[in-house]
Design a protein around this ligand. Sequence first.
Ligand SMILES: Nc1nc2c(ncn2[C@@H]2O[C@H](COP(=O)(O)OP(=O)(O)OP(=O)(O)O)[C@@H](O)[C@H]2O)c(=O)[nH]1
Ligand SMILES: [Mg+2]
Length: 319
Amino acid sequence: MTVAEKKKPIAERLLEGDRNAVARLITWAENGDTRFHQALAGIYPELGRARRLGVTGPPGAGKSTLVNELVGELRREDRQVGVLAVDPSSPFTGGALLGDRIRMESRTIDPGVFIRSMASRDSHGGLARATIDACDVMDAFGFDDVLIETVGVGQAEYDVVSAADTVVVVLCPGAGDSIQAMKSGLLEVADIIVVNKNDLPGAQRMVVDLEEAVHIRLAGKGRWITPVVTCSAGRGEAVADVLAEISRHGEHLGEQGLSALRTQKRAGQVRLAVGELIDDYLWGEAGYSQRVASELDAGRTPYEVAGEIRDAVLRGERP
Ligand SMILES: Nc1nc2c(ncn2[C@@H]2O[C@H](COP(=O)(O)OP(=O)(O)OP(=O)(O)O)[C@@H](O)[C@H]2O)c(=O)[nH]1
Ligand SMILES: [Mg+2]
């Protein structure tokens, strides 16, 4: 890289197809580095071309195997694919991510594919924000599809997957998975439910149970009725059916629906950012911590103190 190239704004380098810029920007996103904000301003007008697909589900359901197969299908259509393997449960690269890397290795030598594992150092909301940012980076780079894989075990993961236009929930027969999924709210986040490992007994039964559950639980939610499809990612069977449902969901949304959905998600992103900014301000620069301590010492309840802080902020008072 020449000195002149290094001086070029990173947003520009990204738009020109520099893969190092992809990696660097995603690292900034992960670390909550504020240099990302400036870079985003440079790429923002270019966003919106990539299809963003979330793949979630319980541990071991076959998400990585399915993602790998989906990537294969998409590559056959000559689409450029970015993959984000997001691991909310282990902020510092753990074994599962290494496993994912190895499983996906066959794809990593393909220049039409970019695979990145992601974690976040900060807790609440940090990973959701980083995932959205990383999707934006991949979108601006020019990937046709961005696949986000995350283990679906709780709210933090659902927040992560909310960066997607279409959410695929992967389940597999055995271990009471369908009941678990119904309890944990996985069905509610699903646009498509995949019963993977249909080479194993119990898959058909599970499809029937889930279809029933979808009709009971999700009826009237909107015109889209969450389809339940089955495949064997491990054997590479019926993966095209999953992709067909993904496309069908995209067609269902249509240009207007997609645009409305994305605006809604951007609004959520703004709320997240406002929360973080105000939080930083109050407990950093403005120094409200001291006031909290003294009011608590004076015997006030936490809610009383919180109310007073809000009122003080609204009055423009400094502590
Ligand atoms: N029998 C069978 N096994 C499968 C199938 N797909 C995946 N597996 C196996 O299931 C295990 C888990 O697959 P992964 O793709 O790692 O599952 P995952 O959901 O990504 O797992 P985590 O990321 O650890 O939550 C592996 O041993 C796979 O080989 C399938 O269609 N049939
Ligand atoms: Mg995995």
